[in-house]
Design a protein around this ligand. Structure first.
Ligand code: ADP
Ligand code: MG
Length: 370
């Protein structure tokens, strides 16, 4: 027997909540074959989103095993999981989750940037996908300039960008009016016909009727897993072409420029925030400069004051204190001062003579040093 595309074996997922953890999923055993169109239904809180997140490798089970193409996801590194998500799964959410600062084209392109697809191929594919979804005249629009149905179609194009062999749609019609919802379901039907595997969460029976197989969840357990008699499984999965990749350095360069473009877009979109951030940085740098300049100025002033105190002058005395040869030592003469002044390290030399004298004024006599 061949491997199913996705296999959940005895999967459970607990969420910590106070003393008793909440069991969002328990003993789930589900195999999904390539090319199937599966609807997951159940009341609110029955574990549909939890199951979807595990299927899309956005979350890991607490118990049990989840295999994609026979590979146990518990044994994959975070990078391998990210690659699996990027290359195999396309996600569609109830609230679209589009990036508000990017245009329709920018949003759809994004997964291919991370997958390292060449720029020209990426842009051509973006245009093809958006045109196919009826958005050819909305390429440069931002999400806020699009209706809910249009935003959801942009998010479908994004899910298809890297191939989207498995489309995981968590209540894609939940936020839409019935007509837009029908349009979205028509697109999903077409994708299924083309060979995409579709897994759809919904609480509307009319939406679930599009699927070939309906899995009913109740309190985290599979209540019923049955074929939809109105939509018999007939088609075999066609191969969905994987995206062609750019060379390594080119992909890296693309990713860098894309990050840069996103950053400038975000800065332009939030001018006040950008200005305040810049102001903070400017104040920070200015304070450092002021503190350093003040320090250097104070240091220079103190050195000047020390210089003025005279530490740069040296007094030279003729020796002889306690020297028995004192009478034979020649005292300093005027020529010595001239010789000293001629030295390169001497600024100037001043001969200096002092003697004890008696000062007399009237009948007052004082001994002084002159
Ligand atoms: P559904 O999508 O069917 O409405 P969910 O999968 O979102 O259900 O939730 C299933 C159960 O798990 C709910 O009881 C919910 O309260 C709980 N749950 C979901 N996510 C968390 C979480 N992050 N932390 C704690 N409990 C959660
Ligand atoms: Mg949910």
């Amino acid at each position: 027997m061949t491997q199913p595309l996705l296999r959940l074996s005895d999967v459970g997922r607990d969420y910590p909540a106070g003393d008793e953890p909440v069991s969002a999923l328990r003993d789930v055993n589900v195999d999904i074959e390539a090319g199937e169109f599966v609807a997951i239904v159940g009341t609110s809180g029955s574990g549909k989103s939890t199951l979807m997140n595990i299927l899309g490798c956005l979350d890991r089970p607490t118990r049990g095993r989840y295999e994609v193409h026979g590979r146990n996801t518990a044994e994959l590194t975070p990078d391998e999981l990210a690659e699996l998500r990027r290359e195999h799964f396309g996600f569609i959410f109830q609230r679209y989750h589009l990036i508000g600062d990017l245009t329709a084209v920018g949003n759809v392109e994004m997964p291919a940037v991370y997958a390292g697809q060449a720029r020209a191929a990426r842009q051509a594919r973006t245009r093809t996908l958006l045109t196919r979804l009826g958005l050819a005249d909305r390429l440069g629009h931002r999400p806020t300039q699009l209706s809910g149905g249009q935003q959801q179609r942009v998010s479908i194009a994004r899910a298809l960008m890297n191939g989207g062999r498995v489309i995981l749609a968590d209540d894609p019609t939940g936020a839409l009016d019935s007509r837009s919802g029908e349009e979205v379901m028509k697109v999903l039907d077409e994708l299924h016909d083309e060979g995409h595997t579709i897994i759809l969460v919904t609480h509307e029976m009319a939406v679930a009727e599009h699927a070939q197989r309906i899995i009913e969840l109740h309190d985290g357990a599979v209540l019923r897993d049955h074929a939809n008699p109105k939509r018999p499984a007939t088609r075999a999965a066609a191969a969905v072409a994987p995206a062609n990749k750019a060379a390594g350095w080119q992909a890296l360069r693309d990713r860098f420029f894309e990050a840069f473009r996103m950053a400038t877009l975000a800065m332009a979109a939030h001018r006040m925030r950008t200005f305040l951030t810049m102001l903070g940085i400017i104040i920070g740098i200015a304070s450092v400069v002021v503190v350093v300049a003040l320090g250097a100025g104070a240091q220079r002033q103190i050195l000047a004051q020390i210089g003025a105190l005279g530490t740069n002058t040296i007094d030279i005395y003729s020796g002889g204190f306690g020297d028995p040869r004192v009478t034979t030592v020649r005292p300093l003469r005027a020529e010595d001062a001239q010789a000293l002044a001629a030295q390169s390290y001497v600024d100037s030399a001043t001969p200096n003579v002092s003697a004890g004298v008696t000062l007399r004024y009237g009948n007052i006599a004082l001994n002084a040093q002159a």
